[in-house]
Write a protein that binds this ligand. Structure first.
Ligand code: GLP
Length: 243
């Protein structure tokens, strides 16, 4: 893993933007894997600004999102569909039919998972996958214990993930308990991966990622086996690694 240390969230977002704009501009038909959560928001905001300055276009870009909550309609304020639309897609020139986000209210969820996998394959695979990391080491919504061989699947969310994501909902009871998530193998099949890590709530996960063993108990640890991973991590997240 190529680890780039930065001062803070803003610098992480700046560097991530440079990285993504470079990839989008140098690939003929870029296929991007995208993440939600607070971590990539600064990246998306800056990409929009670059688009407004005519420095990047999504005309030839195809996207696949990592995950979606089961049970939330697309127009639910907390759906990842809504997040992506609001934070990125509605503000760049991407074609609607090139955007792929699992449908969390599909009548047949298993079929929806297979369809996401099939569409990724049909697009020729993911060129660059953007990732955040959960405090427990999850990537996408692949919680500790998920098989490294997993493809897009339905997951039961960890209690710690439900707690962490409750901040976006009115009450913890409203947080969905299941999600559709790309699997670990799906993520590992991406040609390149960009992992963004910021803030002291990720310090423990950062220490485990950088210094721990590769284990299904800590999903992000598998990234050490991928040959093209860049991690952009800020000082707050690295705090515990110094000791
Ligand atoms: C969420 C998402 C992940 C995200 C992670 C961290 O539950 N499913 O894709 O990377 O948890 O979120 P945040 O960036 O808000 O800390």
């Amino acid at each position: 893993m190529n680890v780039i240390k930065v001062k803070d969230y803003d610098e992480m977002s700046e560097k991530a933007t440079e990285f993504m704009v470079d990839r989008i501009n140098s690939l003929k038909n870029p296929v991007l894997g995208l993440a939600t959560g607070s971590t990539p928001e600064g990246l998306y905001q800056r990409i929009i600004e670059k688009h407004q300055q005519d420095e990047v276009s999504f005309k030839n870009v195809t996207t696949f999102n990592l995950d979606e909550y089961v049970g939330l309609e697309q127009n639910d304020p907390n759906s990842y569909y809504n997040f992506m639309n609001e934070k990125l897609f509605s503000q760049v020139d991407i074609a609607a039919d090139r955007v792929h986000i699992p449908n969390g209210v599909a009548a047949d969820l298993e079929k929806e998972c297979m369809e996401h996998e099939r569409a990724i394959e049909q697009a020729g695979g993911i060129d660059v996958q953007v990732l955040g990391i959960g405090g427990n080491g999850h990537i996408g919504f692949n919680e500790p214990g998920t098989s490294f061989d997993s493809k897009t699947h339905i997951v039961d969310l960890d209690e710690s993930t439900i707690q962490a994501n409750a901040r976006f909902f009115h009450s913890i009871e409203e947080v969905p308990t299941q999600a559709i998530s790309m699997g670990i193998e799906t993520i590992m099949n991406s040609k390149e991966i960009l992992l963004l890590v910021s803030g002291e709530t990720k310090a423990d996960a950062t220490a485990k990622l950088l210094h721990g063993d590769i284990s299904e108990d800590f999903p992000a640890s598998i990234l050490k086996k991928h040959e093209n991973v860049t991690v952009i991590v800020d000082e707050a997240a690295l705090e515990w690694c110094r000791g």
